[in-house]
Design a protein around this ligand. Structure first.
Ligand code: AMP
Ligand code: MG
Length: 401
């Protein structure tokens, strides 16, 4: 067996570097900037009102209450229009451009309007300073300013900012396209009644869901029999169209573990027995330069392998500086016994934040076939080799959400 960090370093060291490309802004969420973005225009582009109210000359409000002549109306989207002269006001809506001459806005709540023979008048109840409720051009971004440096991960806020500067095409690292193949003669995915010995294929949907949740482009490459030539054609087709491949099953010590046989023949593979539980067996290598992760078949193992090996590698391939899930310390509720076996155990746990500390308790049956406890897990508690942890002990926990 090899230690986890050695296996992780081996895998990471052989994954290809991120590939720069451009994508339309509406496809950029979750991707990483390959270049710094510079603002081609200022945001806001012009001085405008932060309130519905009246654009005035601040000096005219001295000694308020004062009466000013209302000489026009400016809606958002209108051109600035007429100058505001001394003793005048223009009714202005939020987002409308400041008219020339005006240097402040009085919010509508601090005014009252009355009509007279000379026209409409507004009584301003308060004295306001210059710039009152005025949003200046460039207050969010100046033209020419670096908006985001290369390496920025694009979340919803970044997408909005990029739209505000008219960046329709975004320089990013490519979103890895990742094929998923399930293998096993016992597996069915046709929705029919199970024949004796059959089980449903849960790994492929689960892994495709993990890929989607992590921001990668999962490609369903189907369910393949335990048959050398079927496995070989699925893998060859996959490496032709994907940036990485995930297989599940067929990498253990069984008689029909043909994934191992095929990958040995067509790829440059390393077979690892990693000193962890679950997810001890792992095959990793490249086929035609494309990284292939041979994940174990047990459903929990395939998901834990994804978390420990696949997700960090794919994040690196996508250009993310942060590749790992957060690791926090937590207090154990209820105890988690285990046996000494030379492995680090990753226990599926529910995580709560209570009284100023993270607390963890088991999320259910810890067998590698018991997927419901994985589904209910918020984290993987790291149990070092030994006889486990007791109530009140501290453990490290990899937060899955
Ligand atoms: P293997 O690694 O092929 O020896 O499979 C280990 C265990 O995982 C066996 O009990 C398989 O039936 C089960 N298994 C393999 N692939 C899947 C799958 N796609 N979905 C659910 N269980 C699976
Ligand atoms: Mg199998």
């Amino acid at each position: 067996m090899i230690p986890l960090d050695e296996a992780q370093a081996h895998v990471r060291g052989r994954c290809p570097a991120p590939v720069a490309t451009t994508v339309a802004l509406d496809g950029a969420l979750g991707l990483v900037l390959a270049e710094a973005v510079v603002a081609p225009e200022a945001v806001p582009p012009f001085a405008n009102s932060a309130m519905d109210g009246f654009a005035v000359r601040a000096a005219d409000t001295a000694g308020a209450p004062v009466r000013l002549a209302v000489v026009g109306t400016l809606a958002a989207g209108a051109a600035p229009g007429r100058v505001v002269g001394p003793g005048e006001a223009i009714r202005i809506m939020t987002g409308a451009p400041m008219p020339p001459g005006a240097d402040a806005v009085v919010m509508v709540e601090r005014t009252s309007v009355s009509g007279s023979l000379e026209g409409e008048q507004v009584e301003v109840e308060v004295e306001v300073p210059v710039d009152n409720h005025v949003r200046h051009a460039g207050e969010d971004l100046e033209s020419g300013q670096v908006v985001f440096p290369a390496g920025t991960a694009l979340g919803p806020g970044q997408v909005g900012v990029l739209a505000s500067i008219n960046l329709g095409e975004v320089p990013v690292y490519r979103r890895p396209r990742v094929g998923v193949v399930s293998t096993g003669d016992e597996l069915v995915a046709d929705g029919g009644v199970l024949a004796p010995g059959q089980i449903r294929d849960s790994n492929r949907p689960g892994l495709l869901a993990l890929l989607a949740e992590s921001g990668f482009d999962g490609v369903d490459l189907g369910l393949v029999r335990d048959d050398e030539s079927a496995i070989e054609s699925a893998l060859r087709a996959g490496v032709g169209t994907c940036d990485a491949l995930l297989t599940t099953g067929g990498v253990s010590m069984g008689d029909f573990d043909y994934v191992k046989v095929v990958l040995d023949r067509i790829g440059d593979m390393r077979w690892m027995q990693v000193a962890i539980r679950p997810a001890k067996p792992l095959a990793f290598g490249t086929v035609d330069g494309v990284p292939v992760f041979g994940l174990p078949g047990n459903p929990v193992s395939s998901m834990v392998s994804f978390e420990l090996f696949v997700r960090p590698s794919l994040r690196a391939m996508a250009g993310h500086a942060t590749t790992e899930r957060p690791l926090v310390r937590a207090v154990v509720d209820g105890g988690m016994p285990r046996r000494t076996d030379g492995k680090v155990h990753f226990a599926r746990v529910v995580v709560e934040y209570r009284d100023g500390a993270y607390r963890v308790s088991t999320s259910g049956g810890q067998g590698s076939h018991q997927l419901t406890a994985m589904a209910d897990a918020d984290g993987l508690a790291v149990l070092p080799d030994g006889d486990g942890v007791a109530e009140g002990d501290e453990v490290e926990v990899l937060l899955l959400r």
